[in-house]
Design a protein. Sequence first.
Length: 490
Amino acid sequence: MRGAVAGGHPLTAEAGARVLEAGGNAVDAAVGAALVSWVAESPLTGPGAGGFMLVHRARDRSTRVFDFFVAIPGLGDERELGEMHHVDVDFSGGSTQRFHIGPASCAIPGATLGLETAHRAFGRLPWRDLFPPAIELARGGVELNDGQAYLHRILDLILRHTPEASAIYEKTAGPLERGDWLVQEDLAKTLELLAENGAAELYTGELAAKTVEHIRAGGGCFTERDLAEYRVIRRRPVRTSFCGEEYYSNPPPSRGGVLIAYGLPLLEELGVGRAGSAEAIDARARVMREQLQAPTGRGLLRALELNAAVVTRGTTHISVIDGQGDAVALTSSTGAGSGVVVPGTGIHMNNMIGEFDITRKPKEGARLSSGMSPSLVLRKGVPHLVVGSAGSLRLRGAVMQIVVNVVGHGLSVEDAIERPRVHLDEEDVLHCEGGHDPAELDKLEQLGWNVTRWRNRNLFFGGAAAVTLADGVLAAAGDPRRGGAGVVVE
């Protein structure tokens, strides 16, 4: 087999699979898939995003994380940050969330330079050869599926917040709907520039100048130095063992992977139980409670800026294993999106500064923290599971539960992702997704848990993508909650 790819959209996964078919390796496939995700999943990711790529190389069994998350702007600038714009988004009729958007909410993006840096280090195919599918889709259009139509609907006030954004995301004074075509001609031109000239276009070239000018005109404090001095950071992953296998994920200053690595050994001590049983759910919930208490109770995260941790709402993930045993987990995000599209570029900027509570002014150039947790599990030194998820505060719980389902319960990747999940919130309410056995939930209440029963599966519990390799057989799956997909390349 040549490999397997999973992503948040069928076109994303198919693009990665085509790269594998063309002889590309896992990094090539992840880059090709990511470029298509910029088009097919544009409310969630793009050149204006930040993220992380975990890369495992079979040749020397090394694992590293490329940190290209967003940074605080303002290098060499004395001006104060302008006022952010505020919109209230209605989720499912009645539940509202305030979003902080506009130019002042934008942080320095790292996605483009991150992909290029990883590709230069480990890619096999030429950089420009990875762009044509994304360019073609941006110019020809992508038909909205159910998952993307839902995102366009709930994020409508953001996606049509400015004239530049409305020109892309509006249809007769309303949001694009299922079956409508999303055409992004300006983004196609940007992709062509990046294909020919590389990421430098966005950090020191024409795209950089346009971005700085537009953000500053709206009250943001981007400078040319911010983009020119932005660097991708290589980090050693956090690591722990679970049920005889090795778990790797995103290290500090981000906290999602750290908390998962903290929780898995605790869960192993408690016992994983039978999948779906009250005993198994009880153990997971107790671990989640420990994770919530970890910053003060355990001193685990003293090095992290906990009050400045980004709560990423708009996130997507790509997982890849190639035929040589190399593996990539790539998670990226524009937050909820800022509603700011740089004129003539199609670049929708992130709103990461608006996504966290500032207790003290961060230093210009500082890398923000994140809950994103691109993860890898090795069995006897060989990739067994590559996984990551969207889901804001539920992201780490989704990843941990899929690891438990695959490694602890021996489930297939499809079953592991589809199984109903749980989430313990800060008020100690245990949210149980639709699909659980009601009798087992009754037992949980008898054990003292304050259970909230959801009727159906819901994106609230995360949107994962994962690939497994077990006994020489590859499998891949996207999350049905997100409309994701997986492709195995023979």
